[in-house]
Design a protein around this ligand. Structure first.
Ligand code: SF4
Length: 302
């Protein structure tokens, strides 16, 4: 069987479902390739995967007996269909992205998140409970880097077992979706400290969490002794906070020794010169943010 793959979002980040689908078909003796509208000719099956809602759909005709579309980009706001079990748990075909993302393993150790943040689809898609779905060996086989796609691994009751697997791998670990500072304990921080991590990031989305979250940030830093270059915090703005609250979160995080990173909700709906966009430019440029201490002194034109 001839199978074609289309990563509708482009090739800027490896598409895990396509890597699993590829592995599955190759294990059955099928031929698998990226679908090229001008060169591929007729295919038996073409899979199209789209993760992001903002990516435009694939614009070309597809010459195939069957076309299967999947991914949050097609199903949002519903969760969409899951991959069949035998594909979901297969070792991914990393050959697909080996040139752009070498020596890196991708996968989920857990699925789900107990929180139901209004702007996030994870609860609807994966359920409101973080549960273990795999051991590391399911998708890692000695690669130098591990990129975890878990929404909230430290909310899972097996976090310790999974942390030990990550520590023992000796690989660089990237919690690409961040860690939940509200669930951090001394013990969890100690385990994170023992992992090989270039940068960990958290999120501070709800301003009203300030009283609880600030001591958690302090404690995590005391335990790890990491400096701000290793400690990032996403600050969601333009959702339900005031500008003063946004600034307060940014200043507070800097004082605590963390590196804030402003994320703008529905950024494309804001006018070009909106002050939140200026705030984002100021905070997210590390050099400017460290040299210009106050937002009021920042002139975005320079
Ligand atoms: S904590 Fe993170 S993953 Fe969980 S619902 Fe909120 S934004 Fe989504």
């Amino acid at each position: 069987m001839r199978v074609g793959l289309i990563d509708v979002d482009g090739h800027n980040f490896p598409n895990l479902p396509l890597m699993k689908i590829s592995a599955y078909h190759k294990s059955r003796g099928d031929s698998v390739e990226w679908y090229e509208p001008l060169f591929s000719g007729h295919m038996d099956k073409v899979y199209m995967s789209k993760v992001f809602t903002f990516t435009p759909d694939y614009p070309y005709c597809i010459n195939a007996n069957e076309v299967i579309k999947g991914g949050t980009g097609y199903s949002y706001p519903d969760g969409g269909e899951e991959l069949p079990e035998e594909i979901e748990h297969i070792y991914p075909d990393y050959q697909l992205y080996k040139d752009t993302f070498p020596d890196t393993a991708y996968g989920f150790l857990t699925r789900g998140c107990p929180r139901g943040c209004d702007f996030c689809i994870v609860g609807k898609k994966e359920g409101r409970c973080a549960r273990k779905v795999a051991d590391l060996s399911e998708f890692w086989n000695g690669q130098k880097n591990i990129v975890l796609l878990d929404a909230n691994m430290f909310a899972c009751k097996e976090w310790k077992d999974l942390s030990v697997q990550l520590i023992e791998s000796g690989a660089w670990v990237d919690f690409s979706q961040g860690c939940d500072i509200r669930l951090m304990t001394d013990e969890k921080a100690e385990y994170i400290k023992r992992m090989k991590i270039k940068q960990v990031h958290f999120a501070w989305d709800r301003y009203e969490d300030k009283e609880k979250i600030v001591p958690q940030f302090k404690r995590f830093k005391e335990i790890t002794q990491w400096d701000y270059r290793k400690l990032g915090v996403y600050v969601l703005c333009n959702f339900n906070t005031t500008f003063e609250q946004d600034l307060d979160r940014v200043y507070t995080l800097r004082e605590l020794g963390y590196n804030p990173y402003v994320m703008l909700y529905e950024k494309d709906k804001l006018p070009a010169k909106h002050r939140l966009k200026l705030l984002q430019r100021w905070v997210n440029n590390r050099i400017i943010f460290r040299s210009c201490k106050r937002f009021e002194e920042y002139d975005g034109r320079k």
